[in-house]
Design a protein around this ligand. Structure first.
Ligand code: NAI
Length: 339
């Protein structure tokens, strides 16, 4: 089975002990939007995860086919397919983790915020289902704009009386995966050793890689820091343009979401030292939601870690990103309130 992990240190351990990894619990996981560009490869990776006992695939179309296809993999979890509103209850009941990649992706020239009109409603409806049918589940939100869809989810759960800030997580793992890959490539380092924390949000300039906190310690020139930061902020657009109208990142996103999902399940399973950056309810800054490294445990986010010491350059970006991120958060909250 594939195994991802949050930190280079634990990653090495996992690789070494993979064949003897003991699974003490099996969890039901739902993927909402499972027939999509992200949903299908993500569902396959979750089907390969030994911590998953049941995988519920939900979409508005095509999930029976995807479920039948994945059901032939000889990995232990059971796969079930659900289509449409009437089947959302069965998909969600008993879930420990719900991963949401439902919604439209970007085309060239679009920002993530351009997706708001369609995706905000989709996330709201799906989270109303989560509140009803699996209120204790951890929710991983992939649907863009994450900077707004996470506040929407939180407001839906608040209205339903089920909000647990430790369980609502925006998936920003792809920003970390990209940062790790770009730094390792540039510096000729072993991919599996590199870890760059990425903070802020998940759109353009709200994405702030903390290159100064790269593990292992790496020296960058000012020009390298500038070029890497801007490339990481625009990496999603690189893919959107290369796909020329066929959508945005799906395979790298599925990989990143599977790593995030696995980290959540390992936390639920009681494993120690599981960390992922995620866009969550936070008091690290004066913004109500912010992404930093989070320690994961049996109840979801055990601790939202601080951003650590940042450079003057990074502090400059932090000040620049705050107004945009605040606006996106407020837009989500207002939408949820029906304004
Ligand atoms: P896609 O169009 O290939 O797939 C989306 C799937 O959602 C489709 O199968 C569609 O039928 C389904 N869907 C639509 N409404 C639904 C509903 N009400 N309930 C359940 N399923 C529904 O799109 P793709 O490429 O998979 O992207 C999905 C989302 O992920 C987009 O919003 C995209 O912007 C976002 N994304 C997020 C990233 C991140 O880093 N957080 C990175 C890349 C994409």
């Amino acid at each position: 089975p594939v195994s991802f992990s949050a930190r280079a240190s634990t990653r090495r351990q996992t690789a070494a002990s993979r064949s003897t990894m003991s699974v003490t619990a099996g969890f039901k996981v739902a993927v909402l939007g499972a027939a999509g560009g992200i949903g299908q490869p993500l569902s396959m990776l979750m089907k390969m995860n030994p911590l998953v006992s049941e995988l519920a695939l939900y979409d508005i179309a095509n999930t029976p086919g995807v479920a039948a296809d994945l059901g032939h993999l000889n990995t232990p979890s059971k796969v079930t397919g659900y289509v449409g509103d009437d089947e959302l209850e069965a998909a969600l009941t008993g879930c420990a983790l719900v991963i949401i990649p439902a919604g439209v992706p970007r085309k060239p020239g679009m920002t993530r915020d351009d997706l708001f009109a369609i995706n905000a409603g989709i996330v709201k409806t799906l989270c109303e289902g989560v509140a009803k049918y699996c209120p204790d589940a951890i929710v991983n939100i992939i649907s863009n704009p994450v900077n707004s869809t996470v506040p929407i989810a939180a407001e839906v759960f608040k209205a339903a009386g089920t909000f647990d800030p430790a369980k609502v997580m925006g998936v920003t793992t792809l920003d970390v995966v990209r940062s790790d890959a770009f730094v390792a490539e540039l510096k000729g380092l072993d991919m599996k050793d590199v870890d760059v924390p990425v903070i802020g949000g998940h759109a353009g300039i709200t994405i702030l890689p903390l290159l100064s906190q790269t593990t292992p310690s790496v020296e960058f020139s000012d020009e390298e820091v500038e070029a890497l930061t801007v490339r990481i902020q625009n990496a999603g657009t690189e893919v959107v343009e290369a796909k020329a109208g066929a959508g945005s990142a799906t395979l790298s996103m599925a990989y990143a979401a599977a790593r995030m999902g696995e980290s959540c399940l390992r936390g639920l399973n009681g494993e120690a030292d599981i960390y992922e950056c995620s866009f969550v309810a936070s008091s690290v800054t004066d913004l109500p939601y912010f992404s930093t490294k989070c320690k994961l445990g049996p109840n979801g986010v055990e601790e939202v870690m601080g951003m650590g010491e940042i450079t003057e350059y990074e502090a400059g970006w932090l000040e620049k990103l705050k107004p945009e991120l605040t606006g996106s958060i407020e837009k989500g909250i207002k939408f949820a309130a029906g304004e």
